[in-house]
Design a protein around this ligand. Structure first.
Ligand SMILES: [Zn+2]
Length: 109
């Protein structure tokens, strides 16, 4: 007999997946995302064709916004940031800042 009552939640599994990371092919650049997506779709098709026991097989990807000039993450000046630049100005590189300025001038003029 225990004199201390223990009660609380029990953790149960809700969802189990198999993850497959796609390797670039011989001729693909590992940063060529369109080539990797095509390869991922081929791998998904091959899994469907050759493996039993799956409920669904699909290609899923993550994306993020990057600067078209320097490829760093896209970050801009926000109102009240204390920078001596207008809100919306990219922070990554001068080229992006020049393009932003030209676009802003074109829009107002
Ligand atoms: Zn940039």
């Amino acid at each position: 007999m225990t004199d201390k009552l223990t009660f609380g939640p029990v953790r149960i599994e809700e969802d189990i997946h198999v993850e497959v990371e796609v390797a670039p092919g011989w001729l693909d650049d590992k940063d060529d995302w369109e080539a990797l997506r095509r390869r991922a779709e081929i791998v998904a098709k091959e899994i469907k064709r050759h493996v039993d026991g799956w409920a669904s097989v699909g290609v899923r990807s993550k994306s993020k916004e990057v600067c078209p000039f320097c490829c760093n993450d896209w970050e801009v000046v926000e109102e009240g940031d204390g920078f001596n630049m207008p809100p919306g100005t990219p922070l990554c590189c001068e080229k992006a800042q020049e393009a932003f300025k030209a676009t802003a001038e074109g829009a107002s003029g």
